[in-house]
Design a protein around this ligand. Structure first.
Ligand SMILES: Cc1cc2nc3c(=O)[nH]c(=O)nc-3n(C[C@H](O)[C@H](O)[C@H](O)COP(=O)(O)O)c2cc1C
Length: 326
């Protein structure tokens, strides 16, 4: 069998395929199936800032929190209580051999970031911090939002020794600069990118409709572009998430420079057996191309290494738009 081993956040992975944060990784049975199929690591569903805040409030019986949390789900609607989340980590650490990455999800600097320490103590091998905010205030500048993100990162980094990855939004004026600042703040990896919730409109009911759109291979173009640009320029590990549905999608993001290709929609759609198929497809591709290890081809088509680096830049956009080619 070909060697698909790699390293991500300093952790040894059996393969560069990681199950990203989703309801699937709430199930020990599904995780064991994915481990048997050759998954490299799993990221657990997120613990949310709002949930931790609500739990804290419930515990202290605060009557009034200014209504700030009312729009969020009720405590019992969250998948895990914080305590059950810790039990899940402990249980997985005794039953599976792959790295278990916990996920904290928040938007504002605050005491909830201290929960990072609790996750580390429960045995998480690394932490993925999902910083998800939808700025709607016209008076808030991008620079202020970036500073807030970095404040959250610093608060979390100060709590833990384990590796830290940040799941980022694609909406930065300069993703490369943000990645560099994250590295300076002690981040070990960037997960590109968060899928934003985008409401739809029901034109008959004249109402907003919500719901998560399933991924499609087309979605890989955005992480692929940024990973290609960042590879070799910023000293953090890069992981791709979004639209990795088929073997070719995983191969592409690794060729662009990703250390890990994260799977979500394809697992939800086709089941955990698809891990084995994707792994096998990747091994066959490596064999066809004469590669014996991931390192031999990782980043081969990053901007730094490819023969036509202008493909990542404006020049190619202008050429493509003027010639009308897709
Ligand atoms: C049902 C569902 C639940 C998810 N829950 C989380 C979560 O709790 N935390 C998180 O960081 N990402 C979460 N995600 C995002 C996925 O981890 C992934 O980044 C995103 O779906 C893009 O990958 P895909 O195109 O393969 O689905 C969720 C996605 C789905 C579909």
């Amino acid at each position: 069998m070909l060697n698909l081993e790699t390293r991500y956040l300093g952790l040894s992975l059996r393969s560069p395929l990681i199950a990203s944060s989703s309801p699937l990784t709430a199930s020990p049975a599904r995780i064991e199936e994915m481990e048997a199929g050759g998954i490299g690591a799993v990221v657990l569903p997120s613990l949310f800032e709002e949930q931790l805040l609500k739990e804290e409030i419930a515990e202290r019986s605060y009557k009034d929190y200014g209504g700030a949390l009312e729009a969020f789900p009720k405590l019992e609607e969250f998948r895990f209580s914080a305590g059950a989340y810790l039990d899940h980590i402990r249980m997985l650490k005794s039953s599976v051999g792959i790295p278990v990455i916990a996920s904290l999800n928040g938007a504002t600097p605050g005491w909830w970031t201290r929960y990072a320490k609790v996750l580390e103590e429960a045995g998480a091998d690394a932490l993925e911090l999902n910083i998800y905010s939808v700025p709607t205030d016209p008076d808030k500048a991008g620079a202020d939002l970036e500073m807030e993100t970095l404040d959250i990162v610093r608060l979390v980094r100060a709590q833990i020794q384990i590796p830290l990855a940040v799941k980022l939004s694609p909406f930065y004026t300069n993703v490369a600069h943000m990645a560099k600042r994250l590295h300076a703040a002690g981040v070990n990896g960037a997960v590109l990118f968060n899928r934003f919730h985008q409401p739809d409109i029901d034109v008959e009911r004249l109402a907003l409709r919500s719901g998560i759109l399933p991924g499609s291979s087309r979605d890989t173009r955005i992480p692929l572009t940024w990973i290609g640009i960042l590879y070799g320029r910023v000293a953090i590990d890069l992981a791709a998430t979004g639209g990795i549905m088929e073997t070719a999608d995983a191969i592409k993001v690794i060729l662009a420079g990703a250390r890990a290709a994260m799977l979500c929609s394809t697992l939800l759609e086709h089941g955990t057996a698809s891990v084995g198929q994707l792994r096998e497809g990747m091994a066959q591709w490596m064999e066809r191309h004469g590669y014996e290890s991931i390192e031999q081809w990782q980043g081969l088509l990053s901007q730094k290494n490819c023969a036509d680096p202008e493909n990542f830049e404006r020049a190619q956009y202008v050429a493509a738009v003027s010639s009308g080619s897709a």
